[in-house]
Ligand binder design. Structure first.
Ligand code: FAD
Length: 476
């Protein structure tokens, strides 16, 4: 009897335990993806995941099969498919988000009632959310303690090779029609994401190339350069991890295998801890399903957020008058990605200087990021806003000018994304409003016109943010 592999954000052949186990069963295999309205994403991420599915489909075609893609409610479609093809075993890699988890639980019960064997396997994270707990049996609330415990768990399991051959189950039925499947809507890039296609080549081979390029060329200076958007030497693996074109343990083992002569332990450890933050975010989402919508520190429910659509729009479009903030927001809009340091700066600016609810920022990032992830995005917004469990405190307010001078000293990053400032000297590129009239004339720059005047006064906005926080009724 044929067996079924369900692909969900794990669009790869290598290190895919579900596919591996299905092939090892010795039975003919059906590879399927259900495009479910409950889990379907729009925005740049919707486009990216569609690209990743198409790449998997191509890879399966090369092996003589294909990826069956059906639209509809997975909880109905999968049992119907199983019945129709006489499938006796179903394999999938486990999900940990609230909707995916609930679906899989229902699906497993339904399939087992049909006498179908279900195997759900672990590979998405380095450590499953419930496996690392405090001495008292509670989930950790602080990253450093969690990371120490995670390291004591030992190395993640070894990676699995891609199956050499796949014996595909042949069927000639029009399954989409038979199962009354819904049409899968075409996934288009949203307006303005003009560089996404060129920046993010999409296949498993591309993901491996990014990984090897990073380990060979940039891992050796990761600890020093990871905060420098002008150097741009972080791995850029987040979109590949998000779509599962690469597994976290593939990344882990590639970093571990880097020669110690060139890559110091400090660089490797600093990088692996970042990968640890990914697991930590997923652990938080597992225990706090409303991580993207609820302040984990309830005292922040009383914060008097401003509701200023024009300020929010200026932030989204990179027209705040603060060059590093604007550079980041334009990079995001155009490419679907932003450097981590700049993500922190723009998030601090939105929540503290503009006193705008972090959930607005979370939603915008979710729409525009090619790596938009329900756990990492939500946890990081709560971290930046100070509303999360292990978070930067509210009173730590990044100065966007200071951050700019420190992490983009020559203004190379700003010049890339805010070209109207490119003729300003390095010293003034962080504070264009300070350019004197003679210089402005000389370079044809009109403050407030060529480039917006600052949206808010930093000192004043900071004072208001601190005051609002000090007045919270149950501040801890
Ligand atoms: P590298 O520095 O090379 O790090 C390697 C990997 O470690 C990343 O690919 C990522 O999987 C993980 N990682 C690194 N930093 C973090 C972090 N702070 N939290 C969790 N995991 C981390 N990352 C996403 O993948 N999706 C998101 O939706 C997302 N939203 C964010 C929102 C905000 C406000 C902030 C401040 C950060 C967000 N991050 C998100 C985390 C981080 O910015 C990106 O993972 C990182 O910039 C991706 O680039 P990279 O792969 O070159 O990172």
């Amino acid at each position: 009897a044929p067996v079924l592999v369900l692909f969900r954000d794990d669009f790869r052949l290598t290190d895919n335990p579900a596919l591996h186990a299905a092939c090892a069963s010795g039975q003919p295999v059906v590879c399927a993806y259900v495009h479910d309205p409950a889990t379907y994403k729009q925005g740049v991420i919707g486009w990216w995941l569609a690209q990743a599915r198409a790449a998997l489909h191509d890879a399966l075609t090369e092996k003589g099969g294909h990826l069956l893609q059906i639209g509809g409610d997975a909880v109905d479609i999968v049992p119907a498919l199983v019945k129709h093809l006489g499938i006796k075993s179903v394999f999938w890699n486990r999900r940990y988000d609230p909707v995916g988890k609930a679906q899989d639980t229902t699906l497993k019960t339904t399939l087992e009632s049909l006498h179908v064997d279900v195997q759900s396997l672990a590979v998405r994270l380095l450590h499953e959310p419930w496996t690392i707990r405090t001495g008292a049996g509670q989930p950790y609330r602080v990253f450093t303690a969690w990371w120490r415990a995670a390291q004591n768990m030992g190395e993640p399991g070894r990676c699995l090779p891609a199956p050499q051959t796949i014996e595909f189950h042949n069927y000639s039925d029009n399954l989409e029609k038979l199962l009354k499947a819904q049409a899968i809507p075409p996934a288009r890039l949203p307006d303005g994401a003009t560089a996404a296609e060129q920046d993010w080549p999409c296949s498993e081979e591309d993901a491996q190339e990014f990984l090897h390029d990073f380990v060979e060329n940039n891992l050796a200076h990761y600890a020093d350069e990871r905060n420098r958007p002008d150097k741009d030497t972080t791995s850029r693996l987040s979109p590949y991890l998000r779509a599962g074109l690469l597994s976290a343990r593939q990344v882990w083992h590639a970093v571990r295998a880097a020669p110690q002569k060139t890559v110091s332990a400090e660089n490797a450890q600093t990088f692996l801890a970042e990968l640890g933050w990914r697991d930590f975010a997923w652990m938080q989402l597992f225990y706090e399903p409303d991580l993207a919508t609820r302040n984990l520190r309830p005292e922040f429910d009383h914060l008097p957020w401003h509701h200023a659509p024009d300020l929010l729009e200026a932030w989204k479009m990179g027209r705040t008058g603060y060059p590093l903030v604007d550079a980041g927001m334009r990079q995001l809009y155009t490419t679907g990605w932003m450097h981590n340091r700049v993500r922190m700066v723009v998030a601090s600016f939105l929540t503290k200087h503009l006193l705008t609810d972090w959930r607005e920022g979370e939603r915008w990032f979710h729409d525009r990021l090619v790596d938009a992830d329900p756990a990492q995005n939500a946890m990081n917004w709560q971290w930046c806003a100070g509303t999360g469990i292990d978070a930067s405190p509210w009173f730590r307010i990044f100065n966007p000018v200071g951050q700019s001078e420190k992490f983009d000293p020559s203004g190379a990053y700003i010049r890339t994304w805010v070209p109207e400032l490119r003729l300003l000297p390095d010293k003034l590129i962080h504070t264009p409003w300070k350019a004197d009239a003679a210089l402005c004339r000389q370079i044809g720059f009109t403050p407030g016109k060529s480039y917006p005047a600052p949206l808010v006064d930093l000192k004043q906005a900071r004072a208001i943010a601190l005051e609002s926080w000090k007045n919270l009724p149950d501040r801890k």
